[in-house]
Design a protein around this ligand. Structure first.
Ligand code: FAS
Ligand code: PHB
Length: 393
């Protein structure tokens, strides 16, 4: 068995794990990232598209913001289509100038990998059977297999950034871990197409046939979603059927301008609200999707991972550079306080815009009243805007 020594072992080479590793390395704190898939597999995922300004600043602090600033788009608002009309939420006006950056998670991950390479960061791919050990001991360790060879890394701390299906959360004893979950009775069918976006800004559509979203990755790469029943499978949806249904859920003048084309990626994602508490057990910290999931309606998933990493990064800095562990000791409580606010916002925005399959006429009228109130009240729009651009860290 090969034995490695490091300060922090990070399980998971997605955006959470890579960002933390990069931030720590720039401050002289060593880490090893263990990723079970290949780099190509990780970069093949099409996921988030909207970055809060807090995440944007963190990418810049990590020295990974150059391409994002060059190729990303600053958005000052977005639209909500409902009852055949298009109403705009002016993010900048309601937040004193805060905005969001439209830049795909795939590109974020690519930038993080390139930065890790440039610093010769240790990111181990195809690490099999990763297993955290001795979580409550002073010197925990992680084992895994690499090309059939047993490996071990001894460290001070382990960060579980291994997503919803990872091993880290499951390493916390069941009498310690408490999980909260709400599963929504519908999913999102997403399509990526090499077509010009239908709109300069994002359009969230509430329609009696179901929710739709018009987003983008660039001026030549569009990302669209429609709400589908949980029973639907990707193979049930031809490209033609998708485009037809999307058009039916958009205002006529928007649908008329929609440029369709072949899907280069098509997938169905389930929607759930999920939180695991606590986000620390002994010397194991959970971060990102390993600890929480939100329905993507509020564009919070990736952005919550960023605030977890921000808190952990500063906690490790204080611990290693000042001998002060207060930040690490407060991590779980501090991260969960922001997580739950984002869960609430994502749940609210999902209920505002989706057609509940079992919803009653009363539910529909209440939903319409919520939208009528939203667009009749600056205070309501300011509340939506401050959540959408990202609550303070
Ligand atoms: P990730 O899941 O991205 O990364 C975890 C990594 O750990 C993966 O690379 C995995 O291979 C690895 N791993 C897992 N188990 C392991 C083990 N045992 N050993 C080693 N490695 C292991 N968010 C938005 O804001 N907007 C969206 O539109 C959006 N769409 C999404 C669509 C889908 C289909 C999914 C699944 C998520 C979506 N999200 C969206 C949320 C998503 O962006 C996450 O918030 C983001 O990927 C979180 O990053 P990580 O915490 O790094 O987790
Ligand atoms: C996306 O572009 O993938 C996207 C944008 C906003 C959301 C969800 C997904 O709320």
């Amino acid at each position: 068995m090969s034995t490695h020594q490091t300060q922090v072992v990070i399980v998971g080479g997605g955006p959470s794990g890579l960002l933390l590793s990069q931030l720590l390395h720039r401050k002289g704190i060593s880490s090893i990232v263990l990723e079970k898939h290949t780099r190509a597999h990780v970069l093949g995922r099409i996921r988030a598209g909207v970055l809060e300004h807090g995440f944007v600043n963190l990418m810049r602090e990590a020295g990974c913001g150059a391409r994002m600033d060059r190729e990303g788009e600053i958005h000052e608002g977005f639209h909500i289509a409902h009852q055949g009309q298009l109403d705009r939420i002016d993010l900048a006006k309601h937040t004193g100038g805060d905005t969001v950056m439209v830049y795909g998670q795939t590109e974020v991950t690519r930038d993080l990998y390139e930065a890790r390479d440039a610093m010769s960061g240790v990111v181990i791919h195809e690490a099999q059977n990763v297993q955290p050990h001795a979580l409550t001991e002073a010197r925990p360790f992680v084992t895994w297999e690499q090309d059939g060879e047993a490996q071990r890394a001894e460290c001070d701390f382990i960060v579980g950034a291994d997503g919803f299906h990872g091993v880290s959360r499951k390493s916390i004893p069941s009498d310690v871990l408490k999980e909260y979950e709400k599963v929504y009775p519908f999913g999102w069918l997403g399509v990526l197409s090499e077509t010009p976006p239908v709109s300069e800004e994002l359009i969230y559509a509430r329609h009696e046939r179901g929710f739709a979203l018009c987003s983008l990755r660039s001026r030549t790469l569009s990302r669209y979603y429609i709400q589908v029943p949980l029973t639907d499978r990707v193979e049930d949806w031809s490209d033609a059927a998708f485009w037809q249904e999307l058009k039916r859920r958009l205002p006529d003048e928007v649908a008329a301008g929609l440029q369709t084309g072949p899907s280069i990626e098509k997938s169905i994602a389930p929607l759930r609200s999920f939180v695991a508490e606590p986000m620390r057990y002994g010397n194991l910290f959970l971060a990102g999707d390993a600890a929480h999931i939100v329905p993507p309606t509020g564009a919070k998933g990736l952005n919550l991972a960023a605030s977890d990493i921000y808190y952990l990064y500063h906690g490790f800095l204080d611990h290693y550079l000042k001998g002060d562990s207060a930040g690490l000791d407060a991590y779980s409580e501090k991260a969960l306080a922001r997580v739950w606010k984002a869960e609430r916002f994502s749940w609210w925005m999902t209920n505002l815009l989706h057609r509940a399959p079992e919803g009653s006429e009363t539910d529909l009228r209440l939903q319409r009243a919520d939208l009528d109130y939203l667009f009749s009240s600056d205070a309501a729009q300011a509340s939506l805007a401050e959540n959408y651009v990202g609550l303070p860290y």
